[in-house]
Design a binder for this molecule. Sequence first.
Ligand code: G3P
Ligand code: CA
Length: 280
Amino acid sequence: MRRAITIIILAALFIPISASVLSYAEEYVPKERNGYLTSIAHRGASAYAPENTMPAFTKGVEMGADYIEIDVQMSKDSIPIIIHDRTLNRTTNGKGKVSDYTLKELKLLDAGSWFGEEFTGETIPTLNEFLGEFGGKINILIELKYPELYPGIEEQVANVLKEHKLVKPDSIEIIIQSFNHESIKRSKELLPEIPHGVLVGKDWRRISSQQLEEFATYADYFNPSFNIVTAELVELVHLTNMTMYAYTVRDQSEAGRLYSLGVDGIITDYPDYVNLIVQK
Ligand code: G3P
Ligand code: CA
């Protein structure tokens, strides 16, 4: 009954979704999720607060997201920090490469005012600070960002997780993902009990089942750009026993389309879009 109501709401909210997609949704409900759609607050609830800062993470929790996604790089003195771009230019009042600055120097920068005056004075969080605040309270999706620029980042992240006693599955889940699949293999060896994920972009549109099986030897999650998601891809990924969280959704009708196709979760700047679909 709840499923039927959801389908009706989807039809009303997302008129652009084609009839064929909806009829697929009626037939296909992955057993594992029973209609549930996991919401992952991308860089925190980054539509509402400056990405990858404490207010964005807090907002994600308040909005009922299941996970907070963070981008982890390293300071010049090898401290894992949370920031998306290779440079400081877009999201701080600093300039130049993240990797050229020590943590002490990075902490002097303002990472909030670019988004809104009320966020002035927010700083780039360290992974340690983030886990101190949110570890054990919400599921976390850690992206190793540009790990090729930071030799040893996998070990440094593993050490911080160990310090916070977060390396064994507990009531909350930690997932580590990256576009750099070699880095994920290394991380999986260091942290075998933590689920890992491969991120793939648009150029992976035509992926073979053989390649998916290869990923599944070390990854538990196959997380693609939403652009390449089809019902067939979802089915293939599930057949290899991987879970699929699609990124990055900034459009309500796209969230509806992905749900209809059977993805397990949506990585989004707007966690409220997922709440509308599954009525959390
Ligand atoms: O979690 C996946 C997504 O964050 C990957 O893209 O560029 O936003 O880190 P990006
Ligand atoms: Ca990311």
